[in-house]
Design a protein around this ligand. Structure first.
Ligand SMILES: [Zn+2]
Length: 337
């Protein structure tokens, strides 16, 4: 039975669901349409300089990001914020792609980023429709010590799981973490979510408004590996079942605050810069201004990420606690045309 192998592979993940997998009979792997259009977004946050600089470079000369049979479009998503070198003008663009915003009528009174979200949805979506771009890479920087991190929004998008598996292998010995955000309350309506296969790329540490050559080069290499995968996929290569080590978003942890909302403690020096390392119950988590330690009091180890991210003070988040998980990817190949 041709589908038996695939069913078993998916079943082991504990997350049944086919996503966009098409079960056409000639395939003994999950079949996806050929990738025709890819967008590379920079400047979703206007002070994250690596993606802005790379996208501007590729808009001038796109040879490096062109692949056979694929339209690759580098695009600055929030030019108003890029101009001012600020995260956003009115509201966070990377939270703006909600059904309510995308369906609201255009008009003069809309926040800048809501208007922008509607335009981006028209250009690269519409979100959830067959006309949407196949893949969008959205390039971000973090002030946290996270290295290169790929961010996925679904554990059942087997195309994306295979792509991040390929990228992790190609990037070795450099590590590339995979952050999965399927949390019902903590997931958000990203810019890249207008595409069929949304991929976030977050590279740090890099201060806001600063360009560091090592971070720039790491981001550039990850995008190159991703495009190489797409080219191989389009050429008809079948990618066998595999597993991907991922960090699943579990909880958002805020700073201790007083009754006025002001923070009363800092990230503890033993936690600072230790993104992706286990934080066990009893480990120091925060340090008060007069030197007291506040331990982590959860019920098991978590793996913090976005530790002390500058942009998340306003979001009342000191770090995001994740849990490690092994995701199973089905075999995939291009559907016959
Ligand atoms: Zn960002």
């Amino acid at each position: 039975m041709q589908t038996g192998l695939l069913y078993n592979a998916v079943q082991t993940s504990g997350h049944l669901g086919w996503g966009t997998v098409a079960m056409s009979s000639p395939c003994n792997a999950a079949c996806f349409p050929r990738v025709r259009r890819v967008a590379i977004f920079g400047g979703t946050h206007g002070n994250e300089m690596s993606g802005i600089t790379l996208v501007n470079m590729w808009m001038k000369n796109g040879a490096e990001v062109q692949r056979n049979g694929v339209l690759t479009k580098p695009f600055i998503t929030n030019p108003g914020a890029v101009e001012k070198c600020t995260r956003y003008i009115d509201t966070d663009l990377n939270r703006a792609f909600t059904p309510e915003n995308l369906s609201t009528p255009s008009g003069d009174g809309l926040p800048y980023e809501v208007q922008r979200a509607k335009e981006i949805n028209q250009l690269f979506g519409p979100k959830g429709s067959p006309d949407a771009y196949d893949v969008i890479f959205d390039l971000h920087n973090t002030t946290s010590n996270m290295g290169s991190t790929l961010i996925l929004e679904s554990s059942t998008d087997h195309f994306n799981l295979q792509m991040v598996h390929y990228i992790k292998k190609a990037a070795a010995p450099e590590s590339c973490a995979v952050l999965l955000n399927e949390h019902p309350q903590l997931r958000y309506a990203t810019t890249r979510s207008v595409s069929t296969h949304p991929v976030g790329l977050e590279v740090g540490p890099q201060p806001q408004g600063v360009l560091r050559s090592n971070i720039f080069e790491s981001m550039r290499m990850i995008v190159k590996h991703a495009l190489d995968f797409i080219e191989l996929f389009n050429s008809g290569v079948e990618f066998p079942t595999c597993t991907v080590e991922a960090f699943r978003v579990h909880e958002s942890v805020d700073y201790p605050r007083d009754t006025n909302g002001n923070i009363t403690a800092m990230v503890h020096p033993r936690l600072q810069d230790c993104d992706w390392e286990p934080l066990n119950p009893g480990d120091p988590m925060f340090q008060t201004f007069d030197g007291w330690s506040i331990p982590y009091a959860g019920d098991g180890p978590v793996y913090p990420a976005f530790i002390n991210e500058a942009a998340y003070y306003e979001k009342q988040q000191a770090f995001v606690a994740t849990r490690r998980e092994t995701l199973a990817a089905a075999a995939i190949r291009k559907a016959s045309e």
